[in-house]
Design a protein around this ligand. Structure first.
Ligand code: FAD
Ligand code: NAP
Ligand code: SF4
Length: 649
């Protein structure tokens, strides 16, 4: 997992601290993020980057990583990467001059001499890795990177010795493994990340994957790791919509035809899921990436039978993958310390204060648990009968069910750290006298736009719609197309019959995954499942809806709603709501949407009712999360701010 730390000043030291913490937490084998095998491997724009390993000086720089892991009793392998045509800046190089859909540039078609040189570069990189102290290497042969581009007919249309037949397309991968094995000798670990399902048209067929795996094993591979889907694939492979261990069945097919151990991956985020995968015989080992951002102690906690204490990765991508694609260091929504270990160490306080935290949404939960962990005496007030705030609504959205795990984690931590939790108590300013400090984490409430008829019985807030979706009629207008508008549309458009279908089968059918493994690239036609409700989403601004959704998940949500037949209207003026429905102006023309309900998803406003009275009492107050700023508030900002304020107490 690339962390984005590699190129920051002092980044290797931060990365060493990150890896050391995971090794201490019980991880047996760490595989780094992809490091370029030569100066061009990550794309020309990245030439100056530290994310390559092709010289002695760089090998010495890596020692801080390998030594940190070895000191904690762990093992570490270097992932060797060449991105090929995924060089977004220039198009890079590839087997054939065919651009990727993700880049406007045509890649340079490698000559035979250039291919031979690249094979040497892989071997040289592996040698530098050993000099740097790595226990071995992982050769990245999946996800649509250069080796994968040689393997698939879609990107390899050469007619020389490197293309044409499946055997010729596989020659590049085989030659790399042979050379790397020669370079490293018999003992070093060589993992090959093999693409089991490309999820692109004219991708490899599974029979070709089997032939490749068997030949690679003979060439010296010690372990296979599973790769699922190219980066350009239009099937979600790690997002929340993907069910747990959704691809271990594919790893099992590989396991049946090779004799070295195989590793499975993707959406394995609890010890129970991992154990079930192993017990079924789907794989010999399990690899996880994001769960180790969420909790460095995952393995130790699992080994001690404390899985209830694990801070579970909820597959949101918000602080990890979305960050990487905007070229920033990764972190984690549920654990902001990830990759920031050296910047935010836990420090116990020398003066224990009486702290009141008002509001048990993500901001309040993070602040209360962190402050108590530092040794303060914390009381947490929450008006609702349960903790969670808006997050308690989020977890009811189909696909976001695992958000409940975050609340389970906080609930346990509150108990462990002796936070006094007072749910069902809407505290007033007077009730906070006597505390040394108050943290207001009172969050947000729905914005009520000034539109005639807003009090009509047809109008529901998003809170009402999420809490009682069964009370929403067949014809629905959703006012507002931000994150919550999309979530509400997903919830209301989910076909009722889908509840009875197994989640994995439903996902495979909805996205067109070929479980027979007979089709090229593992693709088949998606099965449409239109919404039972007639839903229209509205926004006032012109243009396509959902532009502000996250980079790695926005397309999934837009595709899903489109396939369900949810309509979208932009550039809308709201006129009024009455018995007939919602009256709007579109392109200057009046029309009435005859709907049963109008669901308000028109943004949110901060709840700061307590601030002025507390200030008047002279009480020291900090305001965090949505209460501090409602615009663009999400759980990520709320949790990080809660933690930071607690660290400053
Ligand atoms: P809140 O969550 O609003 O919590 C404030 C709490 O304070 C409430 O529980 C309230 O009852 C309590 N309170 C207020 N006044 C008092 C008082 N006087 N006494 C006691 N208690 C009081 N974010 C993401 O990052 N990713 C997502 O995928 C995501 N999906 C979402 C889906 C939905 C449907 C919704 C509604 C939100 C979603 N969010 C998501 C947004 C995220 O949940 C919010 O940004 C986050 O909860 C804000 O946290 P907060 O702690 O600041 O406030
Ligand atoms: P939002 O994303 O800001 O969207 C608000 C919507 O309301 C917009 O479509 C806006 O569009 C409309 N609107 C604003 N003022 C209006 C008014 N006066 N009258 C009518 N319409 C109005 O906010 P949100 O959907 O409430 O989400 C809140 C936060 O939760 C977001 O910042 C987001 O980060 C977070 N969230 C995240 C996710 C996720 O999956 N990551 C999911 C849900 C929520 P127009 O102004 O064009 O009409
Ligand atoms: Fe998992 Fe979200 Fe954290 Fe990424 S940011 S590791 S997806 S919980």
């Amino acid at each position: 997992m690339h962390t984005g730390l590699e190129d920051l000043p002092g980044g290797f030291e931060r990365l060493a601290a990150f890896y050391a913490e995971r090794a201490r937490g019980g991880v047996s084998l760490i595989v780094t993020g992809g490091f370029g095998i030569n100066a061009q491997a990550l794309g020309l724009a990245e030439q100056a980057a530290h994310s390559t390993l092709c010289s002695e000086a760089q090998a010495l720089q890596h020692r801080v990583l390998t030594e940190a892991v070895h000191q904690e009793g762990g093992h570490i392998a270097l992932q060797m990467l060449h991105v090929g045509r995924y060089d977004y800046a220039t198009g890079g190089v590839s087997a054939s001059a065919i651009p990727s859909p993700l880049s406007p540039h045509v890649p340079h078609e490698l000559t035979s001499a250039e291919i031979e040189q690249l094979i040497e570069d892989y071997a040289a990189c592996a040698k530098w890795a050993r000099m740097a102290g790595y226990d071995g290497v992982e050769i990245m042969g999946s996800e649509g990177y250069l080796i994968n581009q040689f393997l698939a007919p879609q990107t390899n249309q050469r007619q020389d010795q490197w293309g044409g037949s499946a055997a010729a397309r596989q020659k590049f991968a085989l030659a790399i493994v042979q050379k790397v094995r020669e370079a490293l000798g018999p003992d070093a670990l060589i993992i090959f990340r093999i693409s089991l399902l490309d999820f692109v048209s004219q991708g490899s067929r599974f029979e070709e994957v089997i032939d490749l795996a068997q030949a690679l094993e003979k060439a010296g591979v010690s372990l296979f790791n599973s790769g699922i889907g190219w980066h350009e694939a239009r099937i979600p492979t790690v997002a929340t919509v993907v069910p747990p261990a959704a691809f271990s069945w594919a790893t099992r097919k590989l396991r049946e035809v090779v004799s070295v151990p195989v590793i499975t991956s993707n959406r394995i985020n609890t010890p129970e899921i991992a154990e079930a995968v192993l017990a079924r015989g789907d794989a010999d080992m399990v690899s996880m990436a994001r769960p180790f951002l969420a909790d460095p102690e995952f393995v130790n906690k699992a080994a001690e039978g404390r899985s209830q204490d694990i801070n579970t990765c909820i597959a949101c991508n918000q602080a990890c993958l979305d960050q990487i694609f905007s070229k920033q260091a990764v972190s984690c929504l549920v654990n902001p310390r990830a990759c920031h270990e050296t910047l935010w160490p836990v420090q116990t306080t020398s003066q224990s204060l009486r702290i009141a935290v008002v509001g048990a949404g993500p901001a309040g939960l993070a602040c209360a648990t962190e402050a108590a962990g530092r040794g303060h005496q914390v009381t947490l007030f929450e008006a609702a009968p349960q903790i969670g705030g808006q997050f308690d609504l989020a977890r009811r959205i189909p696909g976001k069910e695992e958000f409940s795990e975050t609340l389970r984690y906080f609930e346990n931590l509150l108990k462990k750290r002796n936070v006094q939790v007072r749910t069902g108590e809407r505290v007033q300013a007077a009730g906070l006298a006597g505390f040394d400090k108050v943290v207001l984490a009172t969050g947000v409430r729905p914005r009520m736009p000034e539109i005639p008829g807003l009090n009509h019985a047809k109008v529901k807030t998003y809170i009402q719609a999420i809490q009682q979706p069964q009370a929403i009629g067949r014809r629905v207008a959703i006012m507002g197309a931000g994150g919550i508008g999309f979530d509400v549309a997903e919830m209301l458009s989910e076909p009722a019959h889908q509840g009875s279908v197994d989640a994995l089968i439903r996902y495979q059918q909805e996205w067109g995954i070929d479980v027979t493994m007979t089709q090229a690239g593992g693709l088949t036609s998606p099965v449409a499942s239109p919404s039972d409700r007639d839903i229209v989403m509205l926004q006032r601004r012109p243009g396509k809806q959902g532009k502000g959704l996250a980079r790695t998940t926005g397309w999934i949500r837009r595709t899903q709603l489109e396939r369900r037949g949810v309509r979208q209207l932009s550039d809308v003026v709201y006129e009024r709501i009455d018995d007939e429905g919602l009256h709007i102006l579109v392109n200057g023309e009046s029309q009435c949407l005859e709907v049963d309900h109008v669901v308000l998803c028109a943004g949110q406003e901060s709840d700061t009712d307590l601030l002025a009275p507390l200030q008047a009492m002279g009480m020291p107050v900090s305001v965090i999360g949505g209460a501090e700023q409602a615009a663009e508030i999400d759980a990520r900002r709320a949790i990080e701010q809660g933690m930071r304020v607690a660290l400053a107490l």
